[in-house]
Design a protein around this ligand. Structure first.
Ligand SMILES: [Fe+2]
Length: 224
């Protein structure tokens, strides 16, 4: 289902807040569908951590960089640069890898390839360098990551891992990052409006499908 049908066309600031509400609703649905970690097998818990790691470790900075390349507004570029600065300076991929290794859930080839189709779709979308759609996709991603952190930490805890640096950092800093990305969205939409036929939620829909695959694993792929 395309999320573009959820709201009637409106303009300006109310459009920005309507989009933010739609993203919040998509994120709320994804969080509400998360299983109880205590009801999962150890293998299922590992699979979720591994698939999440397979996506996040190598792609987050790449996708934020793709968005940086796509945008036209200098102000938006500086917001995205600040996000990338933190990612690189604080070496977030190292935190991610440590988290997965400590939970004995570092991705295998099977984990990585089980989400290959959905991951490829998001990569190809970002390769189109559509600035507004890309910023919206990353705003959605940041917000979802922040909300997902409690669940991810609970999975690691159930696996007997005490390592929490990744989940602690992303449960806090991504609140600001998400707000900044929605501010960036408003600026980019004004500076570089999308055409009437463009699908604003194209990337959000693809990323949502990838997130469902991360959580549900090969079962989601088999059902698709
Ligand atoms: Fe990060």
């Amino acid at each position: 289902m395309s999320t573009t049908t959820l709201a009637p066309p409106i303009q300006g600031e109310s459009l920005g807040s309507s989009i933010q509400q739609q993203i919040a609703s998509i994120t709320n649905d994804l969080i509400a569908q998360l299983p109880n970690p205590a009801h999962l097998t150890s293998e299922q818990r590992c699979g979720i951590i591994a698939r999440y790691t397979a996506v996040l470790e190598g792609n987050f900075i790449y996708w934020m960089t793709a968005t940086y390349i796509a945008v036209k507004s200098e102000e938006v570029r500086s917001i995205l640069a600040e996000n990338l600065f933190e990612e690189v300076r604080d070496a977030h991929p190292i935190m991610m890898r440590k988290f997965a290794v400590a939970a004995h859930a570092f991705p295998t080839a099977n984990d990585a390839l089980s989400i290959d189709r959905e991951l490829t779709s998001v990569r190809l979308f970002l390769g189109k360098l559509q600035s507004v759609q890309s910023v919206l996709t990353m705003a959605f991603f940041e917000g979802w990551i922040q909300r997902f952190m409690t669940f991810l930490a609970d999975l690691a805890g159930a696996q007997g891992s005490p390592e929490r640096e990744y989940t602690d950092v992303h449960g806090v800093c991504d609140i600001t990052h998400t707000a900044e990305l929605f501010r960036a969205l408003s600026i980019e939409m004004a500076a570089n409006p999308i055409g009437p036929d463009a699908d604003l939620f194209e990337g959000v829909d693809l990323l949502r499908t990838l997130i469902v695959s991360i959580v549900q694993g090969p079962a989601a792929n088999a059902a698709a």
